[in-house]
Write a protein that binds this ligand. Structure first.
Ligand code: HEM
Length: 495
């Protein structure tokens, strides 16, 4: 029995390999699907791709022989990669509608169940995205503008940093608290005290989830969900944490309902509840409690880790280059002075600082593959046809690190965004927020946060490294989700 069993299994594997290879040849051989390395049944290209550093692996596949548009298989999921500025722009902007779908990520699908903004599609996505964009723009709504909310929070952060009394500290938590509080004030109507236990738990859950999603097992879940469901590991924690976050938001929604004044929305949740009232008779409306909770969580989640990681990485880069920090100090002193907080109107007079911030975002390459897209119908792209529903990775890293635009892209150089007269120079290759119909909803907010928080910190402090700046490694620690800097500590010395 035993040898026969083994032979049967061997034969079944061989036959399925042959079937898969012939299907694969049929798909790519007739010039329809973009080319790519041979994939194996079930595991796809997992053996050729380094899951610990998928962006780098993808970079190598592109370099191998397949050109800027190619197909890989992550598990059984087919992914078309767009690797180059022309390709990303052509797809996301020129063929924006077709490439505006959201690709499948099993873990995200499991958590969001297609609700909310980031992982929804079709009419639901359109309604919720439009609403989020207008509501974020109006925040103004209530008493304070977004700019004032950010300035207020930046002042709290500066106080907290002052209280370190020149002692070394890891900036991760203070930055996450400050950035998260800004989004809290927009969503929930108010900021939290830095000692508030609920707030601390909330941030801890988000930080934990970010960490778990970045782990290899967390990433593997997205491509081998059926298998991973049976394996204990970090992905199970993510699910548990997310449920806690959901319950927190549900409680807040309940509190808002009890004190809602239809004529005077205080925050995003109020605005959504009012929209739900207005659309009660509309059978096609996507404004319901589930989408409210998920949209709130989306903004909270997308709005916390991204900006605070960029700032954390930015400070590390400035520690390595004290001469660059010094030039930013000079510009702040000249344009803003010491007696008032920086404001957005200052930015146009601060080309060097603006260039440093752009270069930080370019160098950090925060979301190297963007969030996966999908094509909404069978799509002709160049000489290929990409079948409806296929996942697409628009490789933002290939745009941000394109040497045609940024000579020596692996080096940090604010000159990438300055012309010969020292004026700020825009670049079409600056795409950390992606492009087209899915472009980051929080771009305006994030850019304000980064400018105001960074300038407020540097107006008040000089950064001090604990090690020789030459030994600081500023290279991003790669992940298919979000790049982060190596952990570090610093001191800040009042100016
Ligand atoms: C430095 C900060 C940030 C970066 C680099 C960033 C980057 C991105 C990227 C690359 C995407 C994917 C776009 C695509 O699908 O092609 C995205 C989507 C999104 N971001 Fe951001 N983001 C940042 C901050 C924020 C903030 C502060 C918020 C919240 C207010 C936010 C909310 C969102 C939402 C809701 C989406 C989903 C858009 C959709 O699916 O239509 N992001 N972001």
């Amino acid at each position: 029995m035993e040898p026969l069993g083994a032979t049967t299994i061997f034969l079944v594997i061989c036959v399925s390999c042959l079937l898969f290879l012939s299907a694969w040849r049929k798909m790519s051989g007739n010039g329809k699907l973009p080319p790519g390395p041979i994939a194996f049944p079930i595991i796809g290209n997992a053996l050729q791709l380094n899951m610990k550093n998928l962006p780098q692996s993808i970079h190598e596949v592109r370099g191998a022989k397949y050109g800027p548009v190619f197909t890989i298989y992550l598990g059984s999921q087919r992914v078309v990669v767009l690797y180059g500025q022309d390709e990303v722009k052509e797809a996301l902007i020129d063929q924006g509608d077709e490439f505006s779908g959201r690709g499948k990520l099993a873990l995200a699908d499991k958590l969001s169940k297609g609700a909310g903004i980031i992982f929804s599609n079709g009419e639901r996505w359109k309604q919720l995205r439009r609403f989020a964009l207008t509501t974020l723009r109006n925040f103004g709504m209530g008493k304070k503008s977004v700019e004032e909310r950010i300035q207020e929070e930046a002042r709290f952060l500066v106080e907290r940093l002052r209280n370190t009394n020149k002692r070394p500290f890891d900036p991760t938590i203070p930055l996450a608290h400050a950035v998260s509080n800004i989004i809290c004030s927009i969503i929930f109507g108010d900021r939290f005290d830095y000692e508030d236990q609920k707030f601390l738990t909330l941030i801890k859950l988000i930080e934990e989830n970010n960490e778990l999603l970045r782990s290899v097992l967390g990433q593997l879940y997205n491509f081998f969900p059926t298998l991973m469901d049976y394996i204990p590991g970090p992905h199970q924690e993510v699910i548990k944490n997310s449920e806690e976050l959901r319950i927190f938001v549900l409680e807040r929604v309940k509190m808002h309902k009890e004190s809602l004044d239809l004529s005077c929305p205080r925050d995003f949740i109020d605005a959504f509840l009012i929209k739900m009232e207005q659309e009660q008779q509309n059978g096609q409306s996507e404004f319901n409690t589930e989408n409210l909770v998920r949209s709130t969580l989306d903004l909270f989640f997308a709005g916390t880790g991204t900006t605070s990681t960029t700032l954390r990485h930015g400070l590390l880069i400035l520690l390595k280059y004290p001469d660059i920090e010094e030039k930013v100090h000079e510009e702040i002193d000249r344009v803003v002075g010491r007696s008032r907080s920086p404001c957005m109107a200052d930015r146009s007079q601060m080309p060097y600082t603006d260039a440093v911030i752009h270069e930080i975002q370019r160098f950090v390459n925060l979301v190297p593959m963007s969030v996966p897209h999908a094509v909404t119908r069978d799509t002709h792209f160049r000489q290929y046809v990409i079948p409806k529903g296929t996942t697409v990775f628009p490789a933002l890293q290939s745009v941000l690190h394109d040497s045609r635009e940024f000579p020596k892209p692996e080096q940090f150089n604010p000159g990438h965004f300055l012309d010969e007269n020292g004026a700020f120079k825009k670049s079409d290759f600056f795409m950390p927020f992606s492009a087209g119909k899915r472009i980051c909803v929080g771009e305006g907010l994030a850019r304000m946060e980064i400018f105001l928080i960074l300038t407020m910190i540097l107006q008040n402090f000089t950064l001090k490294s604990l090690v020789d700046p030459r030994d600081i490694d500023i290279a991003p620690q790669p992940s298919v989700v979000v790049n982060v800097p190596k952990p570090y500590q610093l001191c800040v010395s009042p100016r």
